[in-house]
Design a protein around this ligand. Structure first.
Ligand code: TYD
Ligand code: MG
Length: 452
């Protein structure tokens, strides 16, 4: 094989070194020195039959650029299409990240089994048999999906040339390695090199490539940050592993908005698309229980009704406990302080536990009012009327603040049969003929009057 020249660069100051070292002697940063290819033989990686003819790009007037040919590939998965902005763009690179066991392989295998196009699923993690066993549970009869277990990019490209797939899926980018780099798979330089080769292949053949990426302990996609810059779309698959819901969202999307959201439910036969998530997230028990309140939140652009549960009890030990699942604990403390100071509730000596049901994490401030209502309800041990719901932010002086897209929340609550929604008096609402009662409140004391 032809010789490849590599050298070591500091990723922080760009200084060049002959060999690897722990600390950059120029900028004194630790662990920033990475091996990079500076010269490699032609014909090294993916080379399309036409790439010998160099096409130079010429400037075009913006209104002369033809966009009509930009057809998207339908993935036959409504949630996936929505998050991508209407399907896969030919020649694009999409990176799907998520915690281990969250269902990344399941999602992409399931999509490749649904597609009527010729798909190549390259796995560096599982054997062909293992994948077949999984596929049989999801959708046993598809003859257009090819499975390849390979980790060397040069071999993958050889198979691609022979098979000519319409779409390529790589599980996962961290398992790939290229012959041109010495370091082991998963290292920064390997990931960068393999991605570069895949990008070249995707752009030259207009074949979309979907990559699975591992994430690190702190939730970032493992590998260089530059990986996220290189690809066109970064999707994140999240949700609590012990719960059934999975949320797919776009962190970056060159071809659509990053506000959309896809929701799935993990079942024995793969992931099921959840087209009306609110119905599953709220329990609708017959009896009314104290400490439960429903919030009309927005996840991206989608309205989502979420149940908040609070448990307030007298502290057994000296220091009261405060714990929140799916909600920011600092924000919980702030809301408790507001309740204490502005509404005169003595919560200082009580344990407060808060839980967002369904295992999801909410950072929409519109959930505040439901949190406060559930705490009040549990503290007084009085159940809220079960067809009440809430959508407002609570400020430090106990004022009820307006939230964005309130009309969309009201309509969702009405659709699901709620009788009353509590929103801020300062929200501008121009809805007419609503069946649902829109209760406008301006201070936390108003809420106290209504709920306890
Ligand atoms: P997997 O796709 O292997 O996760 P990842 O690739 O993100 O690491 O999915 C893992 C989990 O999904 C696994 O723990 C089992 C579960 N699962 C189901 O519950 N039902 C199914 O039909 C499949 C295929 C997986
Ligand atoms: Mg996997």
């Amino acid at each position: 094989m032809a010789k490849v020249k590599t050298t070591f660069f500091c990723q922080s100051c760009g200084n060049q070194f002959a060999k690897w070292q722990g600390q950059c002697t120029a900028c004194k940063a630790w662990n920033t020195i990475v091996e990079e290819v500076i010269e490699k033989p032609e014909k090294s990686d993916w080379k399309s039959p036409t790439s010998t003819v160099k096409r130079a790009s010429v400037p075009l007037r913006i209104n002369e650029i033809d966009t009509s040919k930009e057809a998207r590939l339908d993935t036959f998965d409504a949630e996936f299409n929505r998050v991508l902005g209407g399907g896969i763009v030919p020649g694009s690179l999409t990176l799907l990240g998520g915690e281990p066991g969250i269902g990344k392989s399941t999602l992409l295998l399931q999509i490749s089994l649904k597609l009527p196009y010729k798909t190549l699923y390259v796995s560096g993690e599982e054997s062909q048999k293992q994948i077949k066993m999984r596929a049989e549970r999801i959708n046993p009869n598809n003859s257009n999906c090819y499975i390849l277990t390979e980790t060397k990019t040069q071999n993958i490209f050889k198979q691609i040339e022979a098979l000519e797939p319409d779409i390529v899926i790589i599980d996962s980018i961290q398992t790939l390695h290229s012959d041109y780099i010495e370091s082991s798979s998963g290292s920064i330089s390997q990931i960068k090199e393999c991605t570069t080769e895949l990008i070249k292949f995707a752009k030259e053949t207009a074949t979309p490539v979907l990559l699975i990426g591992h994430i690190t302990k702190d939730g970032n996609i493992a590998g260089p940050k530059i990986l996220e810059h290189m690809v066109d779309t970064v999707l994140q698959f999240e949700g609590d592993r012990n719960h059934v819901f999975r949320i797919l969202r776009a962190h970056k999307n060159r071809f659509g908005s990053t506000n959309e959201l896809g929701i799935y439910e993990m079942q024995g036969s793969g992931l099921r698309e959840v087209s009306n998530p609110s119905e599953i997230l709220i329990s609708r028990k017959d009896e009314e229980l104290s400490g439960n309140a429903v919030a009309a939140t927005l996840e991206g652009m989608r309205p989502l009704m979420i149940e908040v549960q609070a448990l307030v009890s007298t502290a057994v030990y000296g220091t009261p406990q405060r714990s929140a699942t799916g909600f920011n604990a600092k924000r919980l403390n702030m809301l408790l302080a507001v309740l204490e100071k502005r509404a005169g509730f003595r919560l200082g000596a009580k344990d407060v536990f808060l839980n967002i049901t369904g295992g999801i994490t909410v950072d929409d401030p519109a959930i505040d009012l439901a949190v406060v209502a559930s705490i009040l309800s549990s503290n007084e041990d009085v159940a809220l009327q079960k067809d009440f719901c809430f959508a407002a932010e609570v400020g430090l002086s106990g004022e009820i603040r307006p939230v964005q897209r309130v009309e969309q929340r009201i309509l969702e609550a009405e659709k699901l049969g709620f009788s009353t929604i509590f929103v801020s008096k300062y929200n501008k609402i121009s809805l007419k003929n609503t069946v649902i009662k829109i209760q406008l409140i301006s201070k936390i004391e108003d809420l106290v009057r209504f709920v306890v």
